[in-house]
Design a protein around this ligand. Structure first.
Ligand code: P6P
Length: 340
């Protein structure tokens, strides 16, 4: 008998037994996220067949308003978890305000932040897209959560993960005890452990991932770094290859498996870049660190950034530790220029 068949439910329960601090609440929350992921995977995989991508003013055969897939995914996750009894509140990329738990449901001591369907603009090109989630403990006194409970530094996360909807659907998560990947078997509707204790390979493959279309808007340090990676300046006898899908979860998943570096830098038009700190960069940073890698703003660890608002953006350099370290070295020249 080869590798034991481990469902995500069994894995979470086994993790709980090993680590007493992981209460039953984790299991319930992660299992509900896995349930929502199955529903979203079904719709994403049918998206090319069912015109669910229409504008919000279209109606389906039942006369129901057709939602954009990312708005629909937002609802699916909220409704899958709003009654679990373990969450004090939620926050979503799709909602400007934080999301209280409805009064009719019991509130719990955790907070869920999520990007329901990142990269959804790629779905019509059949490019992998993803869900990203981050879990914190409630820190305010009241029974129900507040926005303040959602705005915590990445260092205080208790769990994080993503679902990548690609050639297969995978759920990858950490509770601070390694990174574990599960692949959905649609024939039985179960996520099965396929990638136990994932580690970014050392040395990683020489891959860098960035939208070079913004080169003209980058700082001199950012340009010098990318010129080095691809040996445009003659400084690198082992140049890197460029891989960029325009879908954060797909690019991060590849980086986790193969190594290398994903970057979304700030630029002259958007100093903080495009990606969101609380429900994109911070959860991926938790996983990168648990897998032996790093995540930085280009100056400091992502998980040490003290957030000030729910949807704040942050530059992101994430992947193999040596690559992130090198990026920080090159970007120091920008800080020196600014200081002059
Ligand atoms: P650009 C998708 O819209 C997204 O939020 C991420 O998934 C992705 O990494 C990034 O934007 C791509 O942005 O500016 O390169 O098209």
């Amino acid at each position: 008998m080869g590798t034991p068949i481990v469902t995500i439910s069994r894995h979470i329960i086994d993790m709980e037994r090993q680590f007493p601090e992981a209460t039953g609440a984790f299991s319930a929350i992660l299992q509900d996220i896995a349930f929502a992921a199955k529903l979203i995977a079904r719709e994403v995989n049918m998206a090319g067949l069912v015109d669910i991508l229409g504008g919000t003013d279209e109606r389906n055969i039942h006369g129901e308003e057709v939602q954009k897939l990312d708005a629909w995914a937002h609802d699916v996750i909220f409704k899958a978890l709003d009654h679990c009894g373990h969450l004090a509140c939620m926050a979503s990329e799709e909602s400007e305000e934080f999301l209280p738990i409805p009064d009719k449901f019991r509130a719990g001591k955790y907070v869920l932040l999520y990007d329901p369907l990142d990269g959804s603009s790629n779905i019509e090109a059949n490019i992998s897209i993803g869900t990203i989630f981050s879990i914190h403990r409630k820190i305010t006194e009241g029974e129900r959560g507040t926005e303040q409970d959602c705005i915590q530094p990445g260092r205080d996360q208790v769990a994080a993960g993503y679902v990548v909807y690609g050639s297969s659907t995978m759920l990858v998560y950490t509770t601070g005890h390694g990174v574990h990947g599960f692949t959905l078997d649609p024939s039985i509707g179960e996520f099965l452990l396929s990638h136990p204790d994932m580690k970014i390979p050392k040395p990683g493959q020489r891959i860098y991932s960035v939208n070079e279309g913004y080169y003209s808007k980058w700082t001199s340090g950012q340009r010098a770094f990318v010129d080095h990676l691809k040996n445009a300046d003659g400084s690198n006898p082992k140049p890197f290859s460029l891989r960029y899908t325009g879908s954060l979860v797909a690019d991060f998943h590849r980086t986790l498996l193969y190594g290398g570096l994903f970057m979304y830098p700030g630029d002259s038009k958007h100093a903080e870049g495009k990606l969101r700190l609380l429900y994109e960069a911070a959860p991926l940073a938790f996983m990168a660190e648990q897998a032996g890698g790093r995540a930085s703003t280009g100056e400091v660890d992502i998980r040490d950034v003290m957030p000030v608002s729910l949807h704040q953006r942050i530059p992101l350099y994430i992947g193999s530790k040596d690559c992130v370290d090198l990026a920080e070295e090159y970007l120091k020249q920008d800080v020196l220029i600014e200081a002059k």
